[in-house]
Design a protein around this ligand. Structure first.
Ligand code: NAD
Length: 476
């Protein structure tokens, strides 16, 4: 298999990148399988200036119909390359191959949606009180810096790139340093699909080293970030200096609320993958389960049984559901949380250990009835660890759910529609599902309350977030 190994700037892979190469490690084997040149300050400047030129000289003025056509072409070429992109992604981050294929298809669907959105997105006419004619325009901003994490590298890159391009911006995309391959391929395939050179630049490299430059560069008008709350906060502070637009998709500690009248079989057998999927490295992971006490024992028994059936192993195998954690560092984070649970003598009823003799695997782990002050209950673990607590009273349970700095996602299981809606309205969270664990719909807004973020990805809300709103008045 061949791998992209250079930054993608101004329509081609560039061998002049001045940074150190980053070795990419397959998390399932712990072996280096590829190496990618990282960018340094000079390359970042070149990419941003190229993106600004491409914005002014071509992309913003291309007729919307042609812009839509190019985005559809990108979707088509992505669909034709699902297998090769999925293989890269799986090797890079240890994602089970079947999941990787689904995620590439999701990325293609995102391009299709925003290709269609180009012709359905515009301003308004307004009946201003002094008469005359007043209307608004939605205009592109210019260069957008899109900074994305390693847990869903391809779809999250598409969530940002597609609406930003659809709205007429150019994009400098910075993938996480350990997962740059699918983003680089996106750059190359987009140009093959007809995207003018410079409209999408892809910069592999360390966020710590080039992040400040991306945020502070005067030609960058907006920063669209997905990653940890800590880094997001730093970006927002820095962006304030230039009053840059920011959207932030950050961490989560999402609840999974199960009432006694729910279909317990369905809730319990579906719930393990809502937290252990992607080896728990999911901002929407339902890592706090709250179960009405009457059905706690029955739910826990079924949840453990369903967890034990999950197939852990080689991400390249079609049957695998749970791959390794992304890195030794991420496994150390998970082990640190487990050490704190053990030191507090918490009840670990399943898992809790490394799995296999090589690779960064960790068993799906279930902790029963931790205290609400415990780190494992309060903090985002980003690994395959779930905590389950019983509740008696609906209002107290909602207070417990909202007692968190996060508010990204969550599920409610009940057959009582009035209760479902009552609880859904009171839970402080940007995304909720009822009798389901589905959080992401290309057509619907995705994002968090509180410290889970600011602004929205996906849906028409994301398009709005990549435009400035201009008002124009014409006198009678
Ligand atoms: P991270 O914050 O460490 O890194 C994310 C990206 O930011 C990477 O590209 C990284 O190189 C870059 N970066 C790091 N330091 C930077 C800096 N100082 N300036 C600019 N960029 C910098 O996050 P991660 O470990 O890659 O991803 C895991 C986190 O992402 C979790 O907290 C998870 O919840 C969150 N996440 C959120 C969503 C969401 O939509 N809300 C989705 C996926 C992941």
């Amino acid at each position: 298999m061949s791998y992209p190994s250079e930054p993608f700037i101004n329509g081609r892979y560039t061998s002049s990148a001045t940074g150190q190469p980053t070795n990419l490690i397959n998390p399932a084997t712990e072996e280096v399988f590829a190496s990618v040149s990282s960018v340094q300050a000079k390359d970042v400047d070149e990419a941003i200036e190229g993106a600004d030129r491409a914005f002014r000289q071509s992309w913003r003025d291309i007729p919307p119909g042609r812009r839509a056509e190019i985005l559809f072409n990108i979707a088509k070429i992505l669909r034709a390359n699902v297998e090769s992109i999925a293989q890269l992604e799986s090797r890079c981050v240890g994602k089970p191959i079947a999941d990787a294929r689904d995620e590439v298809a999701l990325g293609a669907r995102v391009f299709e949606f925003y290709a269609g959105a180009v012709s359905k997105f515009g301003g308004q006419t307004l009946p201003v009180s002094r008469g005359g004619f007043d209307f608004t325009l939605r205009q592109p901003m210019g260069v957008v810096a899109a900074i994305v994490p390693w847990n869903f590298p391809f779809p999250i890159a598409c969530w940002k790139v597609a609406p930003a391009l659809a709205a007429g911006n150019t994009v400098v995309l910075k993938p996480a340093s350990i997962s740059p391959l699918s983003a680089l391929l996106l750059g190359q395939l987009s140009v093959e699909a007809g995207l003018p050179a410079g409209v999408l630049q892809v910069l592999p490299g360390s966020g710590r080293e080039i992040g400040n430059q991306l945020v502070l560069h005067p030609m960058v008008r907006k920063i669209s970030f997905t990653g940890s709350t800590e880094v997001g906060r730093g970006i927002m502070e820095l962006a304030a200096r230039g009053l840059k637009r920011v959207s932030l998709e950050l961490g989560g500690k999402s609840p999974n609320i199960v009432f006694a009248d729910a279909d317990i079989e369905q809730a319990a057998t579906n719930s393990p993958m809502s937290v252990f999927g992607n080896t728990g490295q999911d901002c929407c992971a339902r890592s706090r389960v709250l179960v009405e006490r009457k059905v706690m024992d029955c739910f826990v028994e079924k949840f453990i049984a369903a967890t034990k059936k999950l197939i852990i192993g080689d991400p390249a195998s079609e049957a695998t559901q749970i791959g390794p954690l992304v890195s030794a560092g991420q496994r150390a984070v998970v082990e640190d949380f487990m050490a704190s649970a053990r030191s507090q003598k918490r009840s670990i009823v399943s898992g809790g250990q490394r799995w296999g003799s090589k690779g960064y695997f960790f068993e799906p782990t279930i902790i029963l009835e931790p205290e609400i002050t415990d780190r494992v209950w309060r903090e985002e673990i980003f690994g395959p660890v779930v905590c389950i607590r019983a509740f008696d009273d609906e209002s107290e349970m909602i207070e417990e759910v909202n007692d968190s700095p996060y508010g990204l996602s969550g599920s409610i299981w009940t057959h009582d529609i009035r209760r479902a809606l009552r609880v859904a309205r009171r839970v402080e969270s940007g995304v909720l599902s009822i009798n389901s664990h589905s959080s992401v719909h290309v057509e619907a807004p995705f994002g968090g309350f509180k410290q889970s973020g600011l602004g929205r990805d996906l849906g028409m809300a994301a398009m709005e977030g990549y435009t400035e709103l201009k008002n124009i008045y014409i006198a009678d």
